[in-house]
Design a protein around this ligand. Structure first.
Ligand code: GLU
Length: 275
């Protein structure tokens, strides 16, 4: 009797551990997609053209299109995707903690990030640039930032670059999101916002005539899809999906539809860097 109830207790414990309190944890996003037919995807919510929460609570932009296509290739329909807002500083943690199954959020592939997560892609290549008020003739590039107040976002590669390369000469203000930087530049409290040119183009278009992108990119930002560090099968499957998106015309169509309106010069699809 005792033996049997003890067995029952262990059985229950084993099941709850495996399911992590109701949610089964899978070794690969491929298994999760196949078995659950659902995915949680981390995206930005305040970047027009890329990842933006719309008034009805849904999400729109190029990253959303890429995420939806890739999920479809993994066997998950658009209606079964839950988009979860990420900010630059919590993307690695969200992947490591399993709060999201993947991140598609203007997320540059870097060696430092590869210590914690892995990347499929790149699916887009951007470059760091500056956004300033339209009537500002003095700020023409990163070398003109001396004594200026510059905004970027904590946990982002542009903020990191400013800290290591220009920290002594500029006053860097780190916000949680780029949209709060935009408000502060518009309001005159800060002089410029630095991040990827494609993100800045979206803000410039959103605030027509009030802001301009300087247009001299000074870094290479390869956008990857962030996955669990050891999910080799997932990386392969997501890269295969991206390859298909590039070759069947969906990539160009999605980019045109989401980023085209900002006037940003649309590039060709990049080379995947499988590893
Ligand atoms: N691509 C850069 C990064 O991953 C800047 C954009 C962002 O913060 O999302 O940090």
């Amino acid at each position: 009797m005792f033996g049997r109830s003890l067995f029952a207790v262990f059985a229950v414990l084993a099941v709850t551990t495996a399911c992590g309190g109701g949610q089964e944890s899978y070794a690969s996003i491929v298994d999760k997609a196949k078995n659950d037919k659902k995915l949680v995807i981390g995206v930005k919510a305040d970047q027009p053209g890329l990842g933006l929460r719309t008034p009805d609570g849904s999400f729109a932009g190029f990253d959303i299109e890429v995420a939806t296509y890739v999920a479809g290739q993994l066997g998950v329909e658009a209606k079964d995707i839950t988009f979860k807002e990420t900010v630059s500083a919590n993307r690695e943690a969200f992947i490591e903690q399993g709060q999201v199954d993947m991140v598609v959020a203007t997320y540059s592939i870097t060696d430092a990030r590869k210590q914690k997560v892995s990347f499929a892609g790149p699916y887009f290549v951007a470059g760091q640039d500056l956004l300033v008020r339209a009537d500002d003739a003095a700020l023409t590039g990163p070398e003109t930032l001396n004594g200026k107040k510059l905004c970027s976002v904590a946990g982002s590669t542009p903020a990191q670059k400013v800290k290591t390369e220009y920290a002594n000469e500029v006053q860097l203000q780190e916000e949680r999101t780029y949209s709060s930087c935009v408000d502060r530049v518009l309001g005159g409290q800060l002089d410029a916002l630095t991040t990827d040119n494609v993100i800045l183009a979206g803000y410039a278009a959103q605030h027509g005539g009030k802001l301009k992108v300087v247009g001299k990119p000074f870094s290479t930002e390869k956008y990857g899809i962030g996955l669990k560090k050891d999910d080799t099968a997932g990386r392969k499957a997501v890269n295969d999906a991206l390859e298909k998106m590039f070759s069947d015309g969906s990539w160009t169509k999605a980019l045109q539809a989401s980023v085209g309106a900002s006037g940003f010069a649309l590039p060709q699809a990049p080379q995947l860097e499988r590893y």
